[in-house]
Design a protein around this ligand. Structure first.
Ligand code: MN
Length: 358
């Protein structure tokens, strides 16, 4: 396991590399070329510049989150093969720069969905939250407007204003795409990129859909154990792997997270670890990482990752906004640093107990 933190780049992130470097145990960042549009080629020079910037701060790039997949690829429409070509060249350029992990998702229109970005908790901290009732009462075209005021001046991943301006058109693009068609398009994409992944040993790690069910009638496929195992089998190559995100799979209380982790032995290349607190099955908020602050048993999640021999990067996921920090919701420094320290503590305890046969 390697502890990492997500970093959006110096132009976009309120958190600096110098701050990240001071979190105990963090030597690697998970980053991206945030300005790149899905389908656009990443040049080797751009990747190298990013790599050099991270290296100058005494760290390294542990993986990319994300190289986004275009709507043409997701819908299998005109331009798909062109965009796949660019994706392959991007992977080749990453491989040549010695980067071997790429997180991506295959969610239509909205990447992740929350109905509140700053729900106030009893202790005064604010967190991202979701209620099904709010989604059901909302016109999807107004989704962006409903949360844009709480983004603290940042651009949130998957919610870029240019993209959201086209939401109506995007819905139109997906009108004939059901779960089966989306799955087929995902398999087509993965089969096309596996040769370059093999050549450069690039581990693709699909991020689950969040929440793990259909919103606004859009198809959703990476939502549970059955579906993710189906995908692993459909393209049975170690480079077709998983980002295990406890907070995303965990939105569905039917998902047994430790059991899912164990079933994915050998295929989890990256882990996002966070806790959720359910107020009801249709209302949850992103709690602190600590088990007792939320609904999940974080010890069991870490133990399952340890038991399957997970050796990839792990990162604390969304944190609460605390101590007056103003940052991208979920991506402040303080609570994610607390999360990293806590996960490191759990890992050390699990590891030493195992080594000592306890
Ligand atoms: Mn995640």
């Amino acid at each position: 396991m390697e502890m990492t933190l997500r970093w959006y780049g110096s132009q976009y992130d309120t958190v600096t590399l110098e701050q990240i470097r001071q979190i105990p145990g963090v030597k690697g960042v998970i980053t991206t070329l945030y300005y790149k549009q899905p389908g656009e080629l990443w040049t080797r020079e751009e990747i190298r510049a990013l790599k050099d910037e991270v290296a100058a701060a005494g760290m390294h790039i542990a993986g990319i989150e994300s190289v986004n997949v275009s709507d043409a690829i997701k819908t299998g429409s005109e331009g798909r093969d062109h965009d796949i070509e660019n994706y392959i060249k991007t992977l080749e350029n990453l491989g040549k720069e010695d980067i071997h992990l790429v997180c991506y998702n295959f969610m239509p229109v909205f990447d992740w969905t929350r109905t509140e970005l700053a729900r106030k908790r009893e202790d005064g901290s604010t967190v991202l939250a979701y209620t099904q009732a709010a989604v059901d009462s909302l016109n999807p075209e107004k989704m962006f407007d409903s949360i844009a005021g709480d983004m603290n001046g940042t651009v949130m991943p998957g919610w870029e204003p240019e993209r959201m301006a086209r939401v109506k058109e995007l819905f139109e693009t997906y009108k004939d795409i059901d779960n089966e068609k989306l799955f087929e398009n995902l398999v087509y994409f993965l089969k096309a990129i596996m040769p370059v992944c093999n050549e450069y040993d690039i581990k693709m790690a699909i991020h689950p859909d969040d929440p793990a069910w259909s919103v606004f009638g859009l198809p959703r496929i990476i939502i549970n154990k059955e579906n993710i195992l189906r995908l692993m089998n459909a393209v049975d190559d170690v480079h077709n792997g998983v980002t295990f995100c406890s907070g995303s799979y965990g939105t569905n209380l039917n998902n047994n997270l430790p059991e899912m982790i164990r079933s994915l032995k050998g295929r989890i290349h990256f882990a996002h670890v966070r806790n959720l607190k359910f107020n009801s099955p249709d209302d949850f908020e992103e709690a602190a990482h600590l088990s007792s602050d939320g609904t999940f048993d974080m010890y069991e999640i870490i133990k399952a990752l340890y038991d399957i021999g997970f050796d990839g990067p792990i990162r604390p996921d969304h944190g609460r906004m605390i101590w007056g920090e103003v940052a991208m919701p979920g991506y402040g420094l303080y609570d994610r640093a607390l999360g990293a320290a806590y996960i490191n503590g759990l890992w050390e305890a699990v590891e030493k107990a195992s080594e000592r046969g306890i």
